[in-house]
Design a protein around this ligand. Sequence first.
Ligand SMILES: Cc1cc2nc3c(=O)[nH]c(=O)nc-3n(C[C@H](O)[C@H](O)[C@H](O)COP(=O)(O)OP(=O)(O)OC[C@H]3O[C@@H](n4cnc5c(N)ncnc54)[C@H](O)[C@@H]3O)c2cc1C
Length: 551
Amino acid sequence: MAESLTDLPRRSVWHGWGDPALARRVPAIAWPFFKALRGLEPSPVDTPPVALGDVRLPEPAVGREALGDLAGVVGPEHVSTERLARIEHAGGKGYPDLFRLRTGDAGRAPDAVVFPGDAGQVAAVVAVCARHGIAVVPFGGGTSVVGGVDPERGRFGAVVSVDLRRLNRLLSVDPVSQTAVLQAGMRGPEVERALAPYGLTLGHVPQSYQQATVGGFLATRSAGQASSGYGRFEDTVVALRLATPTGEAVLGGRAPQGETAAGPRLIDAVIGSEGLLGIVTEVTVQLQRVRPHVRQESWAFRDTEAGFEAFRDMAQALGRGVLPDVSRLSDADETLVVLLQAAAGIPAYGYLRARGWRAPSLAVFQLEDADPRSLAYRRRRLARLLRAHGAVRMPRSIAAHWMSHRFRGPYQRDHLMDRGLFVETIETATTWGSLRDLYGAVQGAVYAALGEKTVLQGHISHLEEGGASLYFTLLARAEEDPIAQWRRLKAAAGDAIMAAGGTITHHHAVGTDHRPWIREELGDMGVRILRAVKDELDPDGIMNPGKLLPD
Ligand SMILES: Cc1cc2nc3c(=O)[nH]c(=O)nc-3n(C[C@H](O)[C@H](O)[C@H](O)COP(=O)(O)OP(=O)(O)OC[C@H]3O[C@@H](n4cnc5c(N)ncnc54)[C@H](O)[C@@H]3O)c2cc1C
C-alpha cells in the first residue's frame, strides 16, 4: 500500500479509487460492529462493478473537423474518442459518479478527451473549442466529489474533457525565495518528489493527495489535513497562468503572497473558480522547508462536548506555529471506528470506559518542526492545555496508525459499495459560536433523511481562531434507487447547514451538487460579480457549464 508522500500509485481505475492492486478491504470485524452500533447490515455478498464491455456509452457527438483541429494542436495520439478514455472521464469520485459507472451507466461521458502537453497547447485547445462551440471540462485528477468534472454540454452540441496529466513537470525553483513554478497537472506525490531534492515541501496533503492535482487544488480551494500548520492550498499561491476563451492571463508574482496593495487580489477570482473562467496551466507556489522532526500524539476527552471546547481553546490560545499541524477531533461514533482499527485502540477504549467515560472523544495530532526543542516546547504547551480540559493521553500508536493509513479510506469505500452500502461525506465549516448547533443540525438532518440505521461519524479539523470545519462520513443500506436516496440526503443536509449558519462547503467546492445553495451563500450581488467576470473571460459560456453558478 502506497502510504509515503512520494509514492505515486497509478491513476484511478474507472469504477473506483486508485490502483485496484493496492485495494484494501474493510476488516471483517467492521460488519458485526456496524450492526451492533446502529443495526446496519450490509449485503452478505459482494456485488462488484460491471465489466468494462458492459458499460453503456452514447456515440461521440463531436464533429470530425473539430477533432482534426484539436489533433492539429496536441497531435492525433493525444485526442481520444476511445471507450475507456471517455468512461474514465464520465465523472468524478462522488458516490453518484461511482454508483452510475459501477452499474454500467456512462451516459454522461464526454464526446472526446484531449491531453495537451503544455500551457501553450492548453490555450490553443480552448481557442479551438471556442471556435467550434464545444463545451470544455478541465480535468485534473478527477477526484471531485461534487460533480465538478461532470461533462455537461450546456447549450452546446458537444463536450470535451481536457485532461492535464501531461502537464506534470516542475518548471523552476527559486531556492532564495523558496518558490516553485508547477505545471497544473502535477499530482500531490509528483510535487513532493520534485521538491524533495531542494529540501522544500508544499505541505498540502488532502486525503485525495495521491490522485488530485495542483490545478484541481487551486480551482476547488482545497484544504489539506495539515492546514492548521501549512494553511490551505490557496495560502501558497503566489502567481498563476490561466488559459481563457478570450486569451491568457498571468496574475500575481511581483511580490510575496498577499504583499501588494496594487488593487484587489484578482488572483482570488481564479482561486475557487472551478474551471468556469479558464484552465489554470501553471502555478507559482510558496514553499516551506521540510520539517524533519515529526511527532504524533493521541488524547481522549470525556465526551465530544469537552473536545469541542478544548479545540477552540487550542486554536485561540496556541495559534499557528504552536498549534499541531494536523489536529482532528472525532466524535463518539468516529472515535469507536478509529480505535477499532488500531492495535492499541481496543485496550485504550476499555481504559476509557473503566474511567466511566461512556462516549469518549479521541483527538489525533501531528506536529512537524524544524527544531527538536521547538517541537518539545509545542508538545508541552499542548499537553498543558489538553490536561486543563480534562483530557488523558492515549498510546501514540493510535495517531501514528491513523496517519499512516489515511490514504486507505477511499479504497475501502469501494469495498463498502461492493457490499451494497450507501457511502457519503458531508463537510462544512462555521464559527466556534455556531459549531455545536451546526453539528446537531446536520446529525438530525442525516438521521431524518436516511433513518436511524445509519452509521454517522463526525470530526472537526482545519482549526482557525474563529472556527473550524465539521466533517461527516456516513454509511447506510443503499435503497432501491440510491441516486434518489442521495438527492434526499443532499437536500436535507444542505438545507440544515444553511439554516444553522454554516458554509455549504469548507473544501469540496460547489460543482453541481452545492449549486442549489450558492445564491444564499454568495448573495445576489456576489453571484452578479462572479457572472460578470465569467462573461468577460468566457462570453459564450463554454467553460465547465452547469457548475458553481446558479442557472
Ligand atoms: C477520497 C477523497 C478524499 C478527498 N479529500 C479531500 C481533502 O482532504 N481536502 C480537499 O480539499 N478535498 C478533498 N477531496 C476533494 C478533491 O480531491 C479536491 O476537490 C481536489 O482539489 C480536486 O483536485 P483534482 O485535481 O482531482 O480536480 P478535479 O476533480 O479534476 O477537478 C475539480 C474541479 O476543478 C476544475 N479543475 C481541475 N483542474 C483545473 C485546472 N487546471 N484549471 C481550472 N480548473 C480545473 C475541474 O473542472 C473541477 O471543476 C477528496 C476527494 C476524494 C474522492
